[in-house]
Design a protein around this ligand. Structure first.
Ligand code: PLP
Length: 391
């Protein structure tokens, strides 16, 4: 299979990991040779409830037998999306009430940027250095990593950068600013937490200037940090919340949520300010609903904090200099980029799945399914420690 995968499927890099997948269940992915790989990555924070969670599979099967795609987004009332957006509103602080469902994280970011420009009538967008918000033209424009974007220029104009957690830079937010967009916890940069009431201060400055605050929770959302959404840790409610990844526990999805007053502007002058064929797809909405119900009706979310403590107590080694992040969004900061790289590759040979971060080359990602068991955590950490002892 790998030969055809490399030949016919467009590649993202010259060195894909290339596991030949047979099936997946719980915290394991099985390859076509019958090996079980313990998954410490969860499809990069996407498989919230692990692989093929029975509730999710049942919801999908049930919906597939009723109807799949029937109309473009926004025309027909379809129960999975309607029930889902209401349940989301019930579990979000006011005024976050109305959700626009789309197909991926990056499309949700595009929608949120358009909404902020439309609502404020301003064009300037402020993003953080070392942020990652996706790879379509608008999201890519937000990135300050010239090496990754220069060949795609010209990109969106009127975008400026501030340093995450730097209060002095908040002066750059002015009456010209349409929105400030931040990851609640910076992912690709190395799982950097906001400190010192930073998000609250950004929100206050935005409010004073008439700018909107967009928080990108595509990675930390849906329980990964011990709360349904990470912003709940930081006493700051965004004007627009962007979600995706773990939302449907393994199906492609994204969404952005705002107050009715803000969101309504996207449907008038011009009407159809954002449109999509498959957004709100009933099968994906059913999967999102099953995921959210499982999170709300269990201790999965609060358990992530106990699991964080377990990881941190087990992963003590001179080559691990620091463990960053929160809940089950953890990054092991190694003593060098070489150690990080070698650990990911050698763990693969031991059937433990680890991964890199986009911009922090000393980091090794640990973002397992939230349903991972204590035994699985201990097994995986034992592999990591044994490998580090030989390196
Ligand atoms: C914080 C953040 N924003 C946006 C995205 C883009 O989401 P997607 O890959 O679904 O387009 C990602 C994906 O890794 C992300 O981590």
């Amino acid at each position: 299979m790998n030969k055809d995968f490399l030949k016919y499927q467009a590649q993202t890099s010259p060195y894909p990991l290339g596991m030949e997948v047979s099936h997946a269940s719980g915290s394991y992915i099985y390859d076509t040779s019958g090996n079980a790989h313990l998954d410490f990555v969860a499809g990069v924070s996407a498989c919230t409830l692990g692989h093929c969670h029975p509730d999710v599979v049942a919801a999908i099967k049930n919906q597939v037998e009723k109807y799949m795609h029937v109309m473009v987004y926004g025309e027909y009332a379809q129960s999975p999306a309607t029930i889902y957006t209401k349940l989301l509103a019930d579990n979000l602080p006011k005024p976050l009430e109305v959700t626009y469902l789309v197909n991926s994280g990056t499309e949700a970011i595009e929608g949120a940027l358009k909404l902020a420009r439309r609502f404020t009538g301003r064009s300037e967008i402020i993003a953080a250095k070392s942020a990652y918000h996706g790879n379509t033209m608008g999201s890519l424009s937000l990135m300050d990593f010239e090496e990754r974007k220069s060949v795609f220029r010209p990109l969106l104009p009127d975008i400026y950068h501030i340093r995450f957690n730097n209060e002095k830079d908040l002066e750059k937010i002015t009456h010209k600013t349409a929105c400030v967009i931040l990851e609640t916890i910076q992912g690709g940069a190395g799982f950097i937490l906001p400190t010192n009431d930073y998000l609250k201060k950004v929100k206050a400055r935005c409010t004073a200037m008439g700018a909107l605050l967009i928080l990108d929770e595509i990675q930390p959302g849906f329980g990964r940090t011990g709360k349904l959404f990470a912003f709940e840790h930081y006493n700051c409610i965004p004007d627009i919340l962007v979600i995706g990844k773990g939302m449907a526990s393994g199906l492609p999805v994204g969404a952005f949520t705002a107050s009715k007053e803000i969101m309504d502007t996207l449907s008038e002058n011009p009407k159809m300010g954002h449109i999509t064929t498959f957004g709100g797809n009933p099968v994906i909405a059913a999967s999102s609903l099953a995921t959210l119900n499982a999170l709300l009706n269990s201790t999965i979310i609060t358990d992530t904090l106990k699991k964080e403590t377990l990881f941190k107590s087990l992963l003590k080694h001179p080559k691990i200099k620091e463990i960053r992040g929160k809940g089950l969004m953890l990054a092991l900061i190694m003593d060098s980029p070489e150690t990080a790289n070698e650990l990911v590759l050698r763990a693969k040979e031991k059937n433990l799945i680890l991964f890199w971060l986009l911009f922090e080359n000393r980091a090794v990602r640990v973002s397992p399914p939230l349903t991972i068991s204590e035994k699985e955590i201990k097994d995986g950490c034992a592999i990591i420690l044994a490998l580090l002892n030989t390196m």
